[in-house]
Design a protein around this ligand. Structure first.
Ligand SMILES: NC(=O)c1ccc[n+]([C@@H]2O[C@H](COP(=O)([O-])OP(=O)(O)OC[C@H]3O[C@@H](n4cnc5c(N)ncnc54)[C@H](O)[C@@H]3O)[C@@H](O)[C@H]2O)c1
Ligand SMILES: N[C@@H](CCC=O)C(=O)O
Length: 548
């Protein structure tokens, strides 16, 4: 059926999803607890692949354990095999024309509805799946699976409206210039990480909003929450085939997808090592592609706080604890290297307050709301984090607090602070992705050279915070660290970017810095076409300069 759009519609005003508190006695705490309890009773859930809107079961089963209680599992999913991936690509390509040519307002309406479903009907279910499967507490699940996911969809619609309205500013007499923002020719592959349910939704959501069809390979450790995201997108009206949900053996599914001639783009979030490998593999395949694939990747971090002698100590301590230990340090933005001036650390009381506060942190499963920390995601992560603590100790680091873990029931690692005298020791340089904070104390008079250290210590450049009350220090530090972080904060922690408020992403080894949660990311998934229409016509081919 032909479609028509008989007006230029304006999308509704949007705002960030208001966060609920989950405080004692609140209706939202009660609502969430009920859904959590129900989900625990009903689990494990079977998760199929979804191809062309239909569930497909390969029979190759993989379990998704509950990290706080690894004897139990939340879901078991069917891994996509070669045929399923091949059918998913064919189905996506078949769905492409109708999706791309659907009037923009209808695509927008689908994603606005998806945001309402995420923040309403599915809110507690998404949160419960994120808490059980990915080990978040209620607040961390709220800011991710409820708020950020809805924000990505709502602001995404706003950004695309803005993008589509960008038109050439000039027309020569008797002509009209337009540009249209075509979807990429082929399909996009979205490969998402375990640590944010919202990122799971955003990686396929961004390309789909601008008319692309997408193969979405979720993280094995986030399968169930990501499956719920898929279901709500379907309920919102994303047509069959437009987003194909293909959990599976990561290397195989991805290798097959990027070997297809119509592979047109990668939307990846995850570790730097995997992203670099995929970039090289794509380069190897270059001759088989119809177009140059767009490669977008947001990856690891080694994020810093630098605390100047003029800083408010109490604020810097609390901000540091939140950013290093909330969600067990498993945010790409998490604080992991802390540079503190010696006057603040010693006489200023930073050290004592930090250790005293960390000693009071409660760790455990989602069942108790007073737990500030939960489990790390799985056994490899648990082992890797503890091995980093051992390496730091072997390199001369002193463990001030924590340093141990217990994986008898769940994968729990104590919040750990390591004091190092070597600013380039292993846990100052490499991404640990766990609750491990390494501290380097510098002489107040060495502030300037410490900035060189911060800038040159790791391959990453994702987030960083400057704590100072002196404006000149803030300005000079920002200038000196221009390329050391894609997101910089003054007197605020280096985690917690909000869609529509702080466009998020880093450069250097941290990614292509295409800024999730902003208009920038949408440019990467469109291929602009210029159209010029002449209204007058020519009466001869020569120019006046050809006349004699
Ligand atoms: N910069 C950001 O915005 C951002 C956001 C979230 C997470 N991260 C980063 O993500 C990492 C944590 O997430 P993770 O543990 O899920 O990352 P990961 O790299 O292990 O996995 C990311 C995705 O890649 C897939 N994958 C793994 N091995 C693969 C292979 N050989 N071939 C193809 N695909 C493969 C995984 O299944 C998953 O879907 C950290 O490094 C963190 O800093 C970055
Ligand atoms: N955008 C989130 C981090 C996402 C990565 O894990 C933050 O700013 O804390």
């Amino acid at each position: 059926m032909a479609s028509a759009q008989l007006a230029i519609f304006k999308v509704p005003d949007i705002d960030n999803e208001p966060m609920r508190s989950y405080g004692p006695g609140s209706a939202e705490r009660k609502g969430l607890e009920e859904v959590l309890a129900q989900m625990e009773r009903d689990s494990p859930f079977e998760v199929p692949c979804i191809v062309n809107g239909k569930p497909v079961k390969s029979g190759k089963i993989v379990k998704q354990p509950i990290p706080s209680d690894h004897a139990r599992y939340l879901s078991y999913y069917h891994e996509a095999d070669q045929k399923i991936v091949s059918d998913a690509v064919d189905g996506a390509l078949a769905a492409k024309e109708e999706w791309e040519t659907l009037p923009w307002n209808d695509r927008a309406a689908i994603f606005l509805k998806a945001a309402e479903l995420a923040s309403g009907k599915y809110r507690y279910k998404l949160m419960a799946a994120t808490m059980l499967g990915q080990g978040k507490n209620a607040w961390q699940a709220e800011i991710d699976a409820a708020a950020e996911l809805s924000d990505f969809f709502r602001f995404g619609v706003k950004f695309v409206e803005e993008l589509y309205s960008q038109q050439p500013p000039k027309n020569s007499p008797g002509a009209w210039n337009r540009v249209e923002y075509r979807a990429l020719e082929g399909f996009v592959l979205a490969v998402s990480p375990f640590n944010f349910t919202a990122i799971g939704g955003n990686l396929p959501g961004v390309p789909a909003l601008v008319g692309n069809v997408v193969l979405w390979k979720p993280s094995p450790a986030a399968t169930y929450s990501n499956y719920i995201v898929y279901q709500l997108l379907e309920e919102a009206g994303v047509p069959p085939g437009v987003i194909q949900f293909v959990p599976g053996p990561p290397a195989e599914v991805v290798a097959q997808a990027i070997s297809h001639p119509l592979f047109a783009g990668l939307h990846f979030t995850g570790s730097t090592a995997i992203f670099k490998r995929l970039w090289k593999d794509i380069a190897q395949n270059l001759d088989i592609y119809r177009s140059y694939p767009r490669i977008v990747g947001e990856t690891g971090g080694k994020n810093f706080h630098v605390v100047h002698s003029s800083a408010n100590v109490e604020n810097a301590v609390f901000q540091s604890i939140r950013s290093a230990f909330e969600y067990q340090g498993q945010k790409c933005s998490a604080l992991s290297r802390l540079y503190v001036s010696s006057s603040v650390w010693n006489t200023g009381g930073f050290k004592d307050k930090l250790l005293e506060q960390i000693a009071g942190i409660k760790i455990g499963s989602h069942t108790k709301f007073d737990n500030f920390m939960g489990p790390v995601i799985n056994k490899p992560a648990f082992d890797k984090i503890l091995s980093y603590i051992e390496k730091a100790k072997a390199a001369g680091g002193k463990t001030l607090i924590g340093g141990t873990g217990d994986d008898s029931v769940g994968y729990f690692v104590q919040p750990t602070v390591i004091l190092t005298k070597d600013p380039k020791s292993v846990t100052m340089v490499e991404e640990v992705f766990g609750p491990v904070l390494t501290v380097y104390v510098f002489e107040d008079s060495d502030y300037d050279s410490t900035l060189d250290l911060i800038d040159s210590t790791s391959q990453y450049a994702l987030t960083g915070s400057i704590f100072a009350s002196n404006r000149k220090v803030l300005v000079e530090t920002t200038n000196r660290l221009r390329n050391a972080a894609g997101n910089v904060y003054y007197n605020e922690k280096c985690t917690g970017a909000v869609v529509g408020q702080q466009p998020f992403g880093g450069a250097r080894g941290s990614g292509t810095n295409d800024k999730a949660g902003s208009i920038n990311i949408f440019y990467r998934f469109v291929s602009t076409r210029s159209i010029k229409e002449g209204f007058v016509g020519l009466k001869e081919y020569g120019y006046p300069s050809n006349l004699v």
